[in-house]
Write a protein that binds this ligand. Structure first.
Ligand code: MN
Length: 204
């Protein structure tokens, strides 16, 4: 059975940028809901219960047709949130260093230009979805947006190393309709050490 991973920090760790109540509901209700529905979807398929969520969503077409949509939505939701929690931390933010900073400069012109493109993708994603920084199969950095609980694993577009949730449930209590304000504040909680770790793993 799939399980809700514990948050690697307390609900109020990301205050004031992300409020404690939002974190509590987002993790214990929304993410738990995706986990529960994923378990329901695979419940009658013992061989699928042995796979990781990444294995399930990386080849949706290989799944029984009757559970493809449920696994895309809820397996995607479980994968996306599990990653999202780890790329944030208390006292995060600042600037990426080292090889990632160099690669961002080479690809986007500067770290600030990367942040601008990523932020525009996040703010401009129509409806519910996510913005991503991925390492594509040719080892290039790429910013992309996905609707609903889709992601680069489902789409086969690369290894995600940074992600922001722009569903309204991620920010509405504190920011209401001002998604751009949430995205701007979110940079203050980014865990660049984790992003760099994922970047190096994707290159190796
Ligand atoms: Mn969410």
């Amino acid at each position: 059975m799939f399980e809700l991973p514990a948050l690697p920090y307390s609900h109020d760790a990301l205050e004031p940028h992300i409020d404690a109540r939002t974190m509590e509901i987002h993790h214990s209700k929304h993410h738990q809901g995706y986990v529960n529905k994923l378990n329901t979807a695979v419940n009658t398929y013992p061989e699928l219960k042995k796979k990781t969520v990444e294995e399930l969503i990386s080849d949706i077409k290989a799944l029984p047709e009757e559970i493809r949509t449920a696994v895309r939505n809820n397996g995607g939701g479980h994968y996306n949130h599990s990653l999202f929690w780890t790329i944030m931390k208390k006292g995060g933010g600042g600037q990426p260093q080292g090889a990632l900073a160099d690669a961002l400069k080479e690809r986007f012109g500067s770290v600030d230009k990367f942040k601008e493109e990523f932020g525009n993708t996040a703010a401009g994603q129509f409806g519910s979805g996510w913005a991503w920084l991925v390492v594509s199969s040719d080892k290039k950095l790429q910013v992309l947006g996905t609707p609903n609980q889709n992601n680069p694993i489902i789409g086969g577009s690369g290894v995600p190393i940074l992600v922001i949730d722009v569903w309204e449930h991620a920010y509405y209590l504190k920011y209401q309709n001002k998604r751009s304000d949430y995205v701007a504040a979110w940079w203050n909680v980014v865990n660049w050490d984790e992003v760099i770790k994922r970047f190096e793993a994707a290159l190796s």
